[in-house]
Ligand binder design. Structure first.
Ligand code: S3P
Length: 450
């Protein structure tokens, strides 16, 4: 019998974080740059590409589909687009790894191709809901099958997609993007209406490739048959990766931290608004536009955080940041409340349940709700908010990184299990965190066979 002990981290309490860093490129923008570059006419060059497992899954799948992609440098790409009709089918399943974005966006990209495709992923992705993207694509004429709503996703070839007027039941940028990608190959004008604003990287990037889209309030429309023209894309530093250091800088007892070139797309920066409303000392400087995405530098100082009731409008705009928000809320003076965030239950893990287990292990007073969480707050601004303990991240990258940040206000060591998937979004997190002052030790997987 042999068992493998997964990678783990030991994080000892630390006083503060300090320095000047640049977190890696944006995951959402990196996926999209590959996909849109792949179906464009001519060459697309990309700088600041996120070299993470999720984005490399998209890169590998596109290569399999016939797109030539060079990487002159780890974070630079040269994509030789195959044009609107140039992708070719493969006789094996395309592996999306841990990446929900890759799977749902590929569903839209492949829905109107003449060949069949099958999409699979790792054990986490194989449990995630895919009907939210399959259903509108079927209304467009796509022939898509899921297994009880989950992967594997089988897409049968068809070139007869029709436009639709689709009101999304869930606020999901992935679903919106899947429909817009299919709309490029559909007859007529497709309209997508979102119940609340979600990240708009697809729309911004399509415009950069020369596609005409019209945005009217919550509705975006796109005429089918438009071709994409190769372009250059600068990928900003990922706001969602910066978020761990933003919270670290706020809950720390000492030091100040500068984050360079962070993506400041307003459909992504909900956590900044939430932290500022909690009293965070975060200065935004040098706001500039690099291509379609705004960027800025952030200067973060130790802050006496107050509890907050998260405004509903900010929930989709901070959807990936709630694990680390809970860490901030645990360190705040006064109670916090998050509602309307049931989407967290279908992310890489059930983030409400897994965060609640971890908070319990560290002695944090909180109450798990079906769609959110109530936290008491630690009642002081700089003392310990967590006791030491062992956390199971359930292989969820954002859970692992959130509890590493908690070490800044912990009374004893925090052990975090199953950390390998941090590489899906933030390769190099451990080194960068250590460089800023976190006392994080990595223990690689061991074969614990006896
Ligand atoms: C993403 C959209 C969000 C987000 C995910 C990335 C994207 O998911 O949680 O990490 O790149 O479009 P939903 O569309 O499911 O909200």
């Amino acid at each position: 019998m042999s068992a493998v002990d997964p990678d783990r981290w030991y994080v000892a309490p630390a006083e503060g974080v300090a320095g000047e860093i640049r977190v890696p490129g944006d995951k959402s923008v990196s996926h999209r740059s590959l996909m849109l570059g792949g179906i464009a006419d001519g060459v697309t060059t990309v700088d600041g590409f996120l070299e993470s497992e999720d984005c490399l899954a998209t890169l590998k799948a596109l290569r399999a589909l016939g797109v030539a992609i060079e990487r002159p440098h780890a974070t630079s790409l040269r994509i030789q687009g195959v044009g609107a009709h140039g992708l070719r089918g493969v006789d094996f399943a395309l592996d999306m790894g841990n990446a929900g974005t890759a799977m749902r966006l590929f569903m839209g990209l492949l829905a109107g191709q003449s060949f069949d495709s099958t999409l699979v992923g790792d054990s986490s992705l194989m449990r995630r809901p895919m009907e939210r993207a399959a259903a509108p694509l079927r209304l467009m004429g796509a022939r898509i099958e899921t297994r009880e709503g989950r992967p594997p996703v089988l897409i049968r070839g068809t070139t007869a997609l029709q436009s639709i007027d689709f009101r999304m039941p869930v606020a999901s940028a992935q679903v919106k993007s899947a429909v817009l990608l299919a709309a490029l190959r559909a007859q007529g004008v497709t309209r997508v209406t979102e119940p609340a604003p979600t990240r708009d990287h697809t729309e911004r990037m399509l415009a950069g490739f020369g596609v005409e889209l019209v945005r009217e309030g919550p509705t975006v429309s796109l005429r089918g048959g438009q071709r994409l023209q190769g372009t250059h894309i600068d990928v900003p530093a990922d706001f969602s990766s910066a978020a761990f250091f933003m919270v670290a800088g706020c809950i720390a007892r000492a030091g100040s931290l500068t984050l360079r070139g962070v993506g400041m797309n307003p459909t992504r920066t909900g956590l900044l608004d939430i932290l500022r409303a909690m009293g965070a000392d975060i200065e935004v400087t040098g706001l500039a536009t690099r291509g379609p995405e705004p960027i800025a530098d952030l200067l973060i100082r130790p802050s006496a955080l107050r509890g907050i009731e998260v405004p509903q409008a900010l929930v989709p705009l901070a959807i990936d940041e709630f694990p680390v928000f809970f860490i901030a809320a645990a360190c705040a003076n006064g109670p916090s409340l998050l509602r309307g965030a049931e989407e967290l239950r279908v992310k890489e893990s059930d983030r409400l349940a897994v965060m609640s287990q971890g908070l319990t292990a560290l002695g944090v007073e909180h109450h798990l709700l079906p769609d959110g969480m109530q936290l008491a707050g630690c009642g002081n601004s700089y003392g310990p908010a967590f006791r030491g303990g062992r956390i199971d991240s359930h292989g969820d990258h954002r859970i692992a990184m959130s509890f590493a940040v908690a070490s800044l206000r912990a009374a004893a060591d925090i052990e975090i299990l199953d950390t390998a998937n941090v590489a899906t979004s933030f390769p190099g997190f451990a080194e960068l965190a250590r460089g800023c002052g976190l006392r994080l030790r990595e223990v690689p997987a061991t074969d614990a066979s006896r």
